[in-house]
Design a protein around this ligand. Structure first.
Ligand SMILES: [Zn+2]
Length: 143
């Protein structure tokens, strides 16, 4: 009997992959998905502004740098793309993005956006403040 391996990496396939004639393993599937989401063809097609394209690409680099699992990357990038599409219709520039607006969207999209990683990225981009909201409020009150 011929043994079936992943067409991309040569690794073993799961019985369910063979049953449904998927000849690419799950790891390569997510890898391809992430590569597609970050491709110029995809990015140039879904975004119309340079700042959203740049931000989305930097998110891709951020996820890779922190070695976020590819499955999480794929899920997160798809949600972040939708969020940023909405952002470019609502705001003129990156600096205009409203914190409350952003937090509301993050909460609405939920766990597949991986809010912890996404917030860390937004803090690194100086889109969200590094201190949490309560601290900020407290400081404002003390001033
Ligand atoms: Zn593979």
């Amino acid at each position: 009997m011929e043994s079936l391996c992943c067409k991309e990496c040569g690794g073993s396939l799961r019985p369910s992959d063979i049953k449904y004639e998927r000849y690419i393993c799950i790891a390569c599937t997510f890898k391809k998905r992430v590569a597609f989401l970050l491709s110029d063809a995809f990015v140039d097609n879904i975004f119309t502004k340079l700042w959203t394209k740049g931000l989305f690409r930097r998110l891709g680099i951020f996820l890779e740098r922190y070695e976020i699992p590819l499955r999480t990357q794929a899920q997160m990038l798809a949600r972040a793309a939708a969020l940023l599409q909405e952002a470019e219709q609502s705001f003129v520039r990156l600096g205009d993005i409203d914190e409350e607006w952003l937090e509301e969207r993050i909460k609405k999209i939920g766990k597949y956006l991986s809010p912890t990683f996404f917030r860390a990225f937004l803090i690194e981009e100086h889109i969200l403040p590094s201190e949490n909201r309560d601290e900020k409020k407290l400081r404002r009150r003390l001033r």
